[in-house]
Design a protein around this ligand. Structure first.
Ligand code: AMP
Ligand code: MG
Length: 406
């Protein structure tokens, strides 16, 4: 049995080479650029007024009030023809280009215009540069404005629009297939008979993939016999990555691992010292990857977040796709048999000057109803048997942490 850290290392060392593709900037939300994007011009492209007011020469206004001759008006988008000479001012709107000769803009509220509109009186002095954003102040031509490897959010979409990037080279997303396995499983629209349950893992996995921006191919339920498993796994291998749940432990009808090997896959690990999630299998053949996750619903979920997310996130180009970890104060004592690192449901929140970690009642790795009350998992180190109230613990924030409410 290997540690979680060793298992993750193996996964990350076995990822295929990423491929780039070009997409429209409008479709790039959540994607990761494969190259740096540079400013294609200065921003602002001209000296821009940040106020509605009057463009003036600061040196003209030694004392106030002072009357200046009005020699024009510049609207946003209007041109800045003309020069402000000594004793003169030009009306200017926010976003307007500051005219030649002027070196400051006085806010409209600090001025009074004469009734005939020929003069303006400044009621306060103004310093050189005041209310002017110089050309290139926000970004200079050639500056890197979006770094490769950083996820594209709405602000990056705005940056691409600003600099005229209609298209962007991003990392291709892997295609992913999902299947459940188990003779006991029926689909959501069926009524389980004696000994049967509805398949839930197939759908939680699709949801976890959805939160990563991936649109999985759902393959349904594979039965606990080699022929059916082989047929469906081969179907799944039409995609880059196959994720399945169940059939990976030591039961008489757990054939999944054998089928991987019969299909020429190398099983790189099949047991991880974690709880839940011990019988997690990772297999590779060339560029194809398979994750065989344990069947218990919470184990499926936790194993996905620990291994599948980092793998798929990196394939999508993310430098750090792991879920964020925080350290906080444990509100209740926790006890376990040492040997495996446990990831147990918890409710975590920020209070005062630190994180608080409230471990939830643990009914076991099948209890998806209990797990749904969590917004994080608290990590119980493998070499500890007790963590006391008030001790500092690590928690892993679940992917929809900010959407969850207690
Ligand atoms: P297995 O790993 O196949 O031995 O399954 C372990 C436990 O998880 C069993 O109680 C299964 O019935 C349950 N299980 C397996 N697959 C699913 C699934 N897709 N949805 C819900 N429960 C499952
Ligand atoms: Mg099974």
């Amino acid at each position: 049995m290997i540690s979680v850290e060793e298992a993750l290392k193996i996964v990350l060392a076995n990822l295929p080479v990423r491929k780039p593709e070009v997409v429209s900037f409008r479709d790039a939300l959540g994607r990761v650029p494969a190259e740096d994007l540079q400013a294609t011009c200065d921003i602002p492209p001209f000296n821009r007024s940040s106020m509605d007011g009057y463009a003036v020469r600061a040196a003209d206004i030694k004392s106030t009030p002072i009357q200046l001759e009005l020699v024009g008006e510049i609207r946003a988008g209007g041109n800045s023809k003309g020069t402000v000479c000594q004793g003169q001012a030009m009306a200017i709107m926010t976003g307007g280009a500051v005219p030649a000769g002027a070196d400051a803009v006085q806010n409209l509220e600090q001025t009074e215009r004469s009734l005939d509109g020929r003069f303006v009186t400044l009621l306060r002095t103004v310093s050189p540069g005041e209310n002017i954003v110089c050309a290139g102040f926000e970004a200079a031509l050639g500056e890197i404005v979006i770094g490769a490897g950083h996820v594209i959010g709405p602000a990056e979409i705005a940056i691409m629009a600003t600099f005229g990037y209609k298209e962007v080279r991003v990392w291709k997303r892997p295609s992913v297939a999902v299947m459940a396995t188990g003779d006991e499983l029926v689909e959501v629209d069926q009524t389980p008979l004696d000994g049967q349950i509805r398949n839930s893992n197939g759908y939680s996995l699709c949801g976890q993939l959805g939160l990563l921006g991936l649109d999985p191919h759902y393959l349904g339920i594979g039965r606990d016999n080699k022929d059916d498993l082989r047929t469906r796994i081969l179907q799944g291998l039409e995609q880059d990555v196959l994720i399945l749940s169940g059939g990976v432990s030591t039961g008489k009808y757990d054939f999944v691992k054998e089928v991987f090997e019969e299909l020429g896959f190398s099983v790189l690990f099949s047991k991880v010292a974690m709880k839940p999630g011990k019988p997690t299998v990772f297999a590779r053949k060339g560029d194809k990857l398979i994750f065989g996750l344990p069947g218990n619903p919470v184990a499926t979920f936790v194993a996905f977040e620990n291994f599948v997310r980092p793998a798929l996130g990196r394939l999508c180009g993310l430098a750090k796709p792991e879920l964020p970890r925080v350290h906080g104060r444990l509100l209740r004592e926790m006890i376990q048999t040492p040997g495996r690192t446990a990831y147990l449901p918890a409710w975590v929140w920020w209070e005062g000057s630190g994180w608080k970690v409230d471990p939830l009642h643990w009914k076991g790795s099948a209890d998806i109803v209990g797990f749904a009350k969590a917004n994080a998992t608290v990590t119980f180190p493998h070499d500890r048997s007790r963590i006391g109230e008030g001790e500092t613990v690590e928690a892993m924030l679940l992917p929809d942490f900010f959407a969850r409410r207690r």
